[in-house]
Design a protein around this ligand. Structure first.
Ligand SMILES: [Zn+2]
Length: 379
């Protein structure tokens, strides 16, 4: 079979400042594609591949990758190069940068991204993640004068990427990707006079933004303050009064190392509150590495003094099973099984509270969707 590629957006032949590239792609090499957009020959942004596309799967049922063939990502256009036209290509880095699409687009006038209130000067909090030197500002990037690391900027937002990394932007994302739990809202409220890091913040809608919170993620959303995909974090020691992190630790390549880094950037006595996955299906493929038992989470959080550790309401076993039913359904080729799963899902959703209650504490700990941990950096 030949590779099949379809670009659904952008429509027309003109690009706005934020241009969404989306569509579907079934490669012929059988490996996981690594799609990126190149503008005038320069790698500009990664596209996330792997979203569920039942419509494509129904047209190409014999292609095993057709169900997860969806891709999307944004490109920030015209920030540094004010040219009336742009040569745009979509390529697959997993197949020797094979070009899947190329076209010239007219470029609209650059519109600066909106700003938000911040109680901090981000640049003053940052250091080079490798050598801990102060950074220098240049026009199109920031850099480390000592070790030479370059930190690309997109819309003024610094990207601390793994070697040779290309930024990933989801600026047009509208849904609240990590709604805050009541515990996290309480922590944000109690630290209004200090500084809080939201580690893996995702997209936070504007009305939920707080001036004293630094929003960090591996992807640039509309209000992300900095992007970081490195293990070493680019903050000075003892910068934060609290760190919150929801549904992020399963996506870290070395969660033990990151826990020590978060301890380093908290002031002594500072609070950490996080939750992570246990009984959850693969998500964020391929950036999903380690689901944790409660014992595992406690090991990872060993640098901290534990205040409490357990299961939140949205981490109960019923939530785990509902997630699994939802993940199973698109892959089932049997209509009978799809109907059975749909029936089980409906029954469980209707009686979720009772189901979790009657499992008992040991049953809930054995089957939870995830666990949370709250602790302090020792004095
Ligand atoms: Zn350096």
């Amino acid at each position: 079979m030949k590779a099949k590629f379809n670009l659904e957006t952008p429509l027309g032949d003109r690009l706005d400042t934020i241009a969404r590239f989306s569509g579907w792609y079934i490669p012929d090499h059988g490996r996981r594609p690594e799609l990126y957009v190149a503008c005038n020959g320069k790698r500009e942004a990664l596209l996330e591949w792997g979203s569920i596309r039942p419509d494509v799967s129904s047209v190409y049922p014999s292609q095993s990758q057709s169900m997860i063939s969806g891709f999307q990502g944004d490109v920030l256009v015209g920030e540094y190069e004010q040219r009336p036209e742009l040569d745009v290509a979509v390529c697959d880095a997993a197949e020797q940068d094979r070009e899947l699409f190329r076209r010239r687009f007219a470029v609209g006038p650059y519109r600066r991204p909106a700003l938000r209130d911040r109680s901090f000067a981000l640049f003053d909090l940052l250091v080079c993640p490798e050598c801990r030197s102060s950074l220098a500002k240049h026009e199109t990037d920031w850099g480390c004068p000592r070790c030479g690391m370059s930190i690309p900027l997109r819309g003024g937002v610094p990207h601390f990427l793994q070697a040779e990394g290309t930024p990933c932007l989801h600026l047009s994302e509208q849904t609240n990707t990590h709604p805050y739990s009541s515990e996290v809202l309480d922590i944000l409220g109690r630290h209004r006079a200090g500084l809080v890091l939201d580690f893996g913040a995702g997209h936070t809608p504007k009305d939920l933004l707080r001036p004293h919170v630094v929003y960090l993620d591996a992807v640039q959303y509309q209000w992300t303050d900095l992007v970081c995909t490195r293990g070493r974090l680019p903050f000075r020691d003892q910068t934060f009064d609290a760190v919150v992190s929801q549904a992020v630790f399963e996506h870290l390549q070395d969660p033990h190392f990151t826990a020590r880094e978060l301890c380093r950037i908290l002031r002594p006595g500072g609070l950490i509150h996080l939750d992570t996955a246990f009984m959850q299906p693969l998500h964020g493929d391929p950036w999903h590495f380690f689901n944790m038992t409660q014992h595992g989470l406690r090991r990872v959080m060993a640098p901290f003094e534990e205040i409490r550790c357990g299961i939140k309401t949205y981490q109960q076993p019923s939530a785990s099973l509902l997630m699994q039913f939802d993940a199973i359904a698109p892959f089932l080729t049997s209509r009978t099984w799809r109907n059975t799963i749909a029936k089980w899902r409906k029954q469980l959703a209707a009686g979720a509270g009772e189901f979790d209650e009657c499992l008992g504490e040991v049953g809930r700990t054995t089957l939870a969707a995830g666990f949370y941990f709250e602790g302090r950096r020792p004095q």
